[in-house]
Design a protein around this ligand. Structure first.
Ligand SMILES: Cc1ncc(COP(=O)(O)O)c(C=O)c1O
Length: 388
């Protein structure tokens, strides 16, 4: 890390763990073969991929052949939605898609495209004031013609956790495939797919100290999936393309580490998150916590400040040496509050002043203290600029 900067944006990405880099390195030059080749070089690469698949399957409590490697969390979401929607239509004429209004764009834009170009009917589940989906509302809106239901495990913008296991039970009872985007969740929570009752679950390595550009999708054995990327028969025909051996090895090792070190990382992050939320709500006027106060990611604090331009705030914090993020959609021009904050019912004078602070395994309490010293002054300054 750069020593005079404080990184508080671990929900955006994490540094690659040095143990992960060590595991990856031999697969760039020594064991570089194409995993589909029959010779020694191919066998070495294939063995490494299958080893990573087994590690991930063990952590997810599923069979290795139920893990499909992809190029990122977004691709996993795309494959889940498009693959299951197309297969459900082909199998039983299902044409209804049910998602929450607080999904990551990787889910929401894919669902919208299925509606716009493929004539699926897209319906949104209601949420409460914390952005949480209630299982009984899923039961009410499910239809025999529902092709796929998708509900985010842990929200990237507001940190709220959804009752995935209960929603999964509702879907299972009706025989409708259920997908959960766990790109944030898997970085902080145990993700046993049997306990979560999911049919499809997306993860992405760069949220848990693995490399960017690699992800995985859990696909329950009996779930039919049409590939959205066609070509070779890699990944049992579910995702064509030569696998990225070093990155897959890296994801396997990173996922093993995040599960093994879960308790320690969780407790450390939680103490800092509690301190951040408590301090901000106490010290700064006209602020609300966005997302659930307790049912939220252990490392995630998110706020909306009234009459604050979120982008100005981020720039000011950056100048002061703090890297955070905002929920507002644009960096320039005419900004609008994010879809997630709008779905929560925040008006623009609050929604444009969003701030997300996410700590990681390398964050220290001292860094948090420094940040909490600077933030109230930064808010004051930005409010003054706003009123000019
Ligand atoms: C909840 C969620 N889903 C999907 C994604 C996309 O993952 P990737 O960056 O690996 O494409 C992200 C990334 O921020 C995310 O937070």
């Amino acid at each position: 890390m750069i020593s005079d900067k404080v990184y508080l944006d671990y929900a955006a990405s994490t540094p690659v763990d040095s143990r992960v880099i060590d595991a990856m390195l031999p697969y760039f030059d020594q064991h570089f073969g194409n995993p589909s080749s029959t010779h020694f070089y191919g066998q070495k690469a294939e063995a490494a991929i299958e080893n990573a698949r087994e590690t991930i399957a063990r952590a997810l409590n599923c069979n290795p052949y139920e893990v499909v490697f992809t190029s990122c969390g977004s691709e996993s979401d795309n494959l889940a939605l498009r693959g299951a929607a197309w297969a459900s239509r082909q199998e039983r004429g299902a044409d209804h898609i049910l998602i929450s209004p607080v999904e990551h764009h990787a889910v929401s834009h894919t669902a919208q495209q299925l509606a716009d170009l493929f004539e699926f009917e897209l319906e949104y589940l209601p949420i409460d004031e914390f952005g949480m989906v209630r299982p009984d509302t899923v039961a009410e809106l499910l239809r025999p013609s529902t092709a796929i239901v998708s509900v985010i495990h842990a929200n990237n913008e507001i940190g709220t956790l959804n009752p995935i296991a209960e929603i999964g039970t509702v879907c299972q009872e009706k025989g409708v495939p259920f997908h959960s985007d766990s790109v944030q969740g898997a970085a902080h929570l145990p993700v046993d797919v049997q306990e979560l009752n999911v049919d499809l679950l997306a993860i992405g390595a760069h949220k848990f100290y693995g490399p960017k550009g690699v992800g995985a999708l859990y696909v329950r054995e009996d779930i039919k999936l049409q590939p959205s990327q066609t070509g070779g028969s890699q990944e049992l025909g579910r995702r064509a393309g030569t696998q990225n051996t070093p990155y897959i090895v890296g994801m396997g090792e990173a996922f093993r580490l995040v599960q093994a070190e879960h308790n320690q990382r969780h407790d450390q992050a939680l103490a800092m998150r509690i301190r951040i939320i408590g301090h901000v709500l106490e010290e700064i006027p006209d602020v609300v916590l966005t997302g659930h106060p307790s049912e939220r990611l252990s490392n995630h604090a998110s706020f909306a400040f009234k009459d604050v331009d979120g982008n100005n705030l981020l720039m000011l914090l950056d100048v002061e040496g703090f890297a955070c993020s905002s929920g507002s959609a644009c960096k320039t021009g005419n900004p609008e509050p994010s879809g997630v904050l709008t779905a929560l019912g925040l008006s623009p004078d609050w929604g444009l002043g969003s701030l997300r602070v996410t700590v990681g395994k390398d964050t220290t309490p001292l860094e948090v203290d420094k940040f909490l010293e600077v933030l109230p002054l930064a808010i004051e300054k930005v409010r003054k600029i706003n009123h000019r």
